[in-house]
Write a protein that binds this ligand. Structure first.
Ligand code: HH2
Length: 563
């Protein structure tokens, strides 16, 4: 769980995210770094802090919550006020984090919206809580308090996560007792721990708030060992690494000596196959069965986290593309190509490829001829890779965004494009006015050239998937077409291909009229010739300039890093 404080006075990052754009950028960065939940708070609870009014808390949250929700990650609201929680849940927030131990009114709000709650223990209130805190048995007393609140919430059908509340009305000794005996709380359900950068770490190490990451990681690791399920942290990337080591270690404990096997049976692929030329001239369909030997499953077995599982979803497409890439005479050669591609593009340590060619030998009374090949990665991954490489094409892609954390969305989209091939060049991000003077926020635009083995329609599908991941809805409806967008990706050119399919036209039909497309593209591919107009991109740009483009609407926003 990543902390996003839109406060001027939080103890660890006071004011850093008060500006909505900064908060949004931080939230987006944390999601990319691997945060599962964002905890959005607008009232500091540091010792000695003053409470804020409902109106002020709502004002701070209202400036960021809708945009943060659009990022698509679950959002928790760190608030003590039922009115604030209710408003945020109406907007679409997903859970409540109440540091005051979930009063009955807050339980009602959670029940009415059907959301879970984090119930935290605090002794007193932030203003005075650190003045001589006292317990007979800190662990037992806090356990009893949380048990009572959990029972009350459960009676109303509200799910809970418990949190002993490190630093909230506790001395260093109390905090350390709670951490050492954290496993006591596990009978109450999932346990959340928020020690990140807190003063108990300063008391132990003498480190200032901003340099407490090593101490935080040590405490997070202890908490995980004692059964914590959720870590509330400021430094997401560092904790992602910590969890990877933790999960890997657990997985190693669970490891068996045998690798796991994944079977993908019945992948149908169309290709030109056969020894006689006339047989190869016609497309035919074969069936491919794969068995992959993998060892990367252990993290998934240990943690139940999807991102630790072996991702087999792209493999059928890889097989189909390999089959379709070029004609082949023998099943033996085709099986070798498939094995090479699968081993090069997956973490499999070995692959068994079985090819079925139904009806191949009907005249011999054989219904199905199959050929099987076993390859291990070490044997089949010579450097450079064996086999003929898949053919590649260079694509030009336009990027645009006028909603949310524009820069970060565009940077993240470029990172996604790198998964699809080799990004050859990235233009500057250029700020532009919306097309046709539509009343919308201004855009950031740019362009990328990408070398890829994907076919044009496959690349187009990937671009649409990336857009959807960033929350973009495409529609033929004019009002939707004219709405703002978190991310817009347009396939402009692919080599010198000219296509006019139902769902894809190349070159992009309106690229030559759009300065926000030609401007960035002319920076990175000035000599690329438009395959229909026959003119260089730089020439098309100059022609638009001549037609009276409004230069004042453009300014260079930022230079991309090394490509
Ligand atoms: N700690 C803080 C705030 N909210 N919620 C839970 N459930 N558990 C915690 O330990 C916890 C919390 C304090 O940290 P931070 O938000 O960084 O500072 P501030 O309260 O000063 O904004």
């Amino acid at each position: 769980m990543a902390v996003v404080n839109v406060t001027p006075d939080s103890f660890s990052d006071g004011g850093a995210h008060l500006d909505p754009e900064d908060a949004l950028a931080a939230a987006h960065r944390m999601i990319l770094e691997g945060a599962d939940v964002l905890d959005l708070g607008a009232e500091s609870s540091r010792p000695g802090s003053d409470p804020v009014s409902v109106d002020e808390e709502l004002r701070r949250l209202g400036r960021v919550l809708p945009q943060v929700l659009e990022l698509g990650a679950p959002v928790s609201i760190d608030t003590t006020k039922p009115e604030v929680a209710a408003w945020c849940l109406q907007q679409g927030a997903h859970l409540i984090n109440d540091i005051t131990g979930l009063g009955d009114e807050m339980i009602d709000v959670a029940r009415n919206h059907g959301v879970p709650c984090i119930v935290m223990h605090m002794s007193g209130r932030p203003k005075t809580m650190q003045r001589g805190p006292h317990y007979e048995d800190v662990v037992a007393e806090i356990h009893d308090f949380l048990a009572e609140r959990v029972q009350r919430a459960e009676a109303e059908g509200v799910q809970t996560v418990v949190d002993p509340g490190f630093g909230f009305g506790k001395s260093l000794r109390h905090n350390l007792d709670l951490l050492r005996r954290l496993d006591v709380f596990r009978d109450l359900g999932p346990v959340l721990v928020g020690i990140s950068r807190k003063s108990m770490l300063g008391a132990l190490t003498g480190a200032e708030t901003s340099t407490r990451l090593p101490a935080t990681l040590a405490s997070s690791s202890l908490a995980l060992d004692r059964g914590a399920s959720i870590l509330r942290v400021h430094d997401v990337a560092a904790h992602r690494q910590l969890l990877q080591v933790h999960g890997g270690c657990l997985g190693f404990e669970l490891a068996t000596t045998e690798p796991a096997r994944i079977h993908l049976d019945g992948i149908e692929a169309t290709l030109h196959l056969g020894v006689p030329d006339e047989e190869r001239a016609h497309p035919q369909t074969i069936t491919v069965d794969l068995e992959l030997e993998v060892s990367g499953h252990r993290g998934a077995a240990a943690t139940d986290h999807i991102e630790k599982a072996v991702d087999y979803a792209p493999i059928p497409d890889l097989v189909r593309r390999t089959c379709a890439a070029r004609p082949v005479r023998l099943l033996e050669r085709l099986a070798q190509r498939i094995a090479d591609e699968v081993l090069a593009h997956t973490e499999a340590s070995a692959v068994r490829v079985r090819l079925h060619k139904p009806g191949a030998a009907n005249e011999l009374g054989i219904a199905d001829v199959s050929y099987e090949l076993n390859e291990r990665a070490s044997e089949t991954a010579p450097d450079p890779p064996s086999g003929d490489p898949l053919p590649t094409r260079v694509a030009a892609i336009a990027l645009g965004s006028n909603l949310g954390a524009r820069r970060h969305q565009l940077d993240a989209a470029v990172a996604e494009l790198r998964r699809l091939g080799i990004v050859l060049a990235v233009s500057d991000w250029i700020e532009t006015d919306p097309e046709h003077g539509v009343d919308q926020p201004r855009y950031l635009n740019g362009a990328v050239t990408l070398r890829t083995t994907l076919l044009p329609t496959e690349l187009m599908d990937e671009l649409l998937t990336i857009e959807r991941r960033f929350g973009r809805r495409r529609s033929a409806e004019p009002d939707v077409a004219a709405t703002s967008r978190t991310l817009d990706l347009d396939l402009l050119l692919m080599d010198d291909l000219v296509l006019d399919h139902d769902d894809l036209t190349l070159p992009h039909p309106r690229m030559a009229d759009r300065d926000f497309v030609l401007g960035p593209l002319a920076q990175i591919a000035p000599d690329w010739r438009h395959p229909v107009l026959g003119e260089r991109i730089a020439g098309l740009r100059a022609a638009l300039d001549g037609a009276g483009r409004d230069d004042t609407s453009h300014r260079t926003e930022d230079r991309q890093g090394p490509n």
